[in-house]
Design a protein around this ligand. Structure first.
Ligand SMILES: Cc1cc2nc3c(=O)[nH]c(=O)nc-3n(C[C@H](O)[C@H](O)[C@H](O)COP(=O)(O)OP(=O)(O)OC[C@H]3O[C@@H](n4cnc5c(N)ncnc54)[C@H](O)[C@@H]3O)c2cc1C
Length: 517
């Protein structure tokens, strides 16, 4: 590809999704600039002790602090299920500061993503401390040679304290990949009295450590992963922890919550909050009430793209749970392929699924895969929405592709990418961890009850994937110490990707690549 025909692609964000996109785009010979507002890569996994202190509910759009991780976060799925296809998330017990557990703490994921960056020479593609303020179709006269739409990206330098510094810069790109994450902008419930309540209330986005709640009565709204983990984090520090569930029946359908209540004397379960009273009373739907010091809303997040101006071609619905129209959660039909999204789906195997999305985007932008015509993509999106509605999927789960019903995930990954098949033992491991978490929230991460097939798979995985990880890192270190700077998209495109570990390909299921031309 001649230098002047190499497409320039801007990626918004250097979290798991943005890094996946950067690697795949470079592999296809595209010139990639990842703009990241923070001072390092890693996205949510780069812990930020700061919070939106003057807006603890995170009601303003956008929130000032991207990070929503609390200090005690440990993975909810096993590391073996959570790696890039050719750079598995292996434990590195020998390396300083690493956490070799199967369900490690958040910092281990950050270290893994840093290793990923180093192994694939991505650092020079990432422009840190750079916040994207505005992304819109470039004005007339800026079109590509064939008349295709290009994109004007306005960005500004960000100081370590988050303040914006200097004059915004404008650059034109052939394509933009949006990978800004969706665990930052709180989704808040509407509760009578919430606006007038004068005691402390915050969204889990602004929760970091239990100390500030010492000896307090805390009400936690929501019994999802964050709600249960924060309740456990607070037990023994707070005087009482009251969990408020949307449905008590659903919350106690599996033993985990009942066990928590049995193990922690100061913990109670209530139905939804009916109202918050000025005197600090929290009244629940069954008429019971407590006088609380703090209410923490663990009620999830909204999709939010405050920088994106598509003149209505892509929009987030009122509830914040659906962004679209997006063909297969990735391409907005009217602006495809020059605008795409990586990382929108929820409840998928991450980063494996994002890697497949990124691969698809890269193949399309490189001209190696074709999208259907706009009208056909639009029809597919509408059919998808209709099917989800008919199936009774709530609007805020529009992009939740349930791992439990894996067919949609497999269908996507194998249709749009050439990634090796996810091995059966990993799926078994994922499912058994999920069941264990519903059985005992406090111990599921440390259980040692793998069945025979998981144990065998694990043994093979440790040997093959571990060696490959170290070899990839060593090769990258060698090439960078030889002053081999990846500043040329063509050279990068020629650089072979390390082979997928043979052991990751024990299964020979065919990868379908129709649409790849
Ligand atoms: C408390 C908590 C626990 C979690 N636990 C798990 C778990 O156990 N397992 C799991 O798989 N997932 C978990 N997640 C989800 C996790 O966020 C995703 O796995 C992953 O981080 C998503 O990566 P991403 O790149 O899509 O988004 P992010 O990690 O959010 O990265 C997006 C990046 O974009 C940058 N950005 C945003 N806007 C701009 C802008 N305008 N300009 C420049 N840069 C911008 C951000 O600074 C950030 O670095 C958890 C999330 C939270 C909050």
């Amino acid at each position: 590809m001649a230098t002047d025909t190499i497409k320039k692609v801007c990626v918004v964000g250097a979290g798991m999704s943005g890094l996946a996109a950067a690697r795949e785009l470079r592999h296809e010979g595209l010139a990639v600039t990842v703009m990241e507002q923070r001072s390092d890569v890693g996205g949510q996994w780069l812990y930020d002790p700061r919070t939106d202190a003057d807006d603890p509910l995170g009601a303003a759009v956008p929130v000032k602090v991207h990070g929503s991780m609390y200090a005690s976060v440990r993975l909810i799925s096993a590391r073996e299920c959570m790696g890039f296809s050719d750079f598995q998330f292996v434990p590195r017990p020998g390396a300083a500061g690493r956490d070799a557990r199967r369900f490690p703490g958040r910092r281990e994921v950050y270290c893994y993503l840093k290793d990923f960056c180093a192994a694939f020479g991505l650092a020079d593609a990432v422009r840190l401390n750079t916040r994207i303020l505005h992304v819109a179709v470039a004005p007339p006269g800026e079109e590509a040679r064939g008349g295709e739409v290009r994109w004007m990206v306005r960005s500004v330098h960000v100081e370590p304290d988050g303040s914006e510094d200097g004059v915004a810069a404008e650059e034109v790109f052939d394509a933009v990949v949006v990978a800004n994450g969706h665990y930052s902008q709180p989704r808040l419930p509407k509760i009578q009295g919430m606006e007038e309540w004068s005691r402390r209330q915050l969204h889990s986005h602004s929760y970091r450590v239990p100390d500030p709640y010492h000896d307090e009565v805390v009400v936690i709204v929501g019994c999802g992963d964050s709600g249960l983990d924060i309740a456990l984090d607070l037990s023994g520090v707070a005087k009482e922890v009251h969990l408020s569930a949307k449905s008590v029946e659903a919350a106690t359908a599996t033993p985990a919550v009942s066990r928590m209540l049995a193990n922690h004397a100061g913990m109670r379960l209530h139905p939804q909050i009916d109202r918050l009273c000025e005197d600090g009373q929290v009244v629940f739907a069954d008429g019971s009430c407590v006088v609380a010091d703090t209410v923490i809303y663990c009620t999830g997040y909204r999709y939010s793209f405050p920088f994106l101006d598509t003149a209505g071609a892509v929009a987030v619905d009122a509830g914040g749970g659906r962004v679209g129209p997006l063909y297969e959660h990735t391409f907005p039909p009217a602006l495809a392929p020059s605008l795409s999204f990586v990382g929108v789906p929820m409840r998928v195997f991450a980063p494996w699924f994002f890697e497949a999305q990124a691969r698809w985007v890269a193949l399309v932008l490189a001209g190696k895969a074709a999208l259907p015509p706009e009208a056909e993509m639009m029809r597919a999106v509408e059919e998808y929405y209709r099917a989800r509605e008919l199936a009774g999927v709530p609007a805020h789960l529009a992009h939740a592709i349930p791992v439990v019903d894996r067919s949609e995930i497999w269908e996507f990954v194998y249709r749009h990418s050439d990634l090796p098949r996810m091995e059966d033992w990993k799926v078994e491991l994922f499912m058994s961890s999920l069941l264990n978490s519903k059985d005992d929230r406090e111990t599921f991460r440390d259980r040692d009850d793998d069945n025979e097939s998981i144990r065998e798979g694990l043994q093979r995985w440790r040997l093959g994937a571990g060696a490959q990880y170290e070899a990839t890192l060593a090769a990258a270190a060698c090439s960078s110490s030889g002053n081999h700077v990846h500043d040329d998209a063509e050279a990068l495109a020629r650089a072979p990707k390390p082979p997928s570990p043979a052991l990751c390909q024990v299964s020979t299921m065919k990868t379908e690549q129709h649409q790849i031309i």
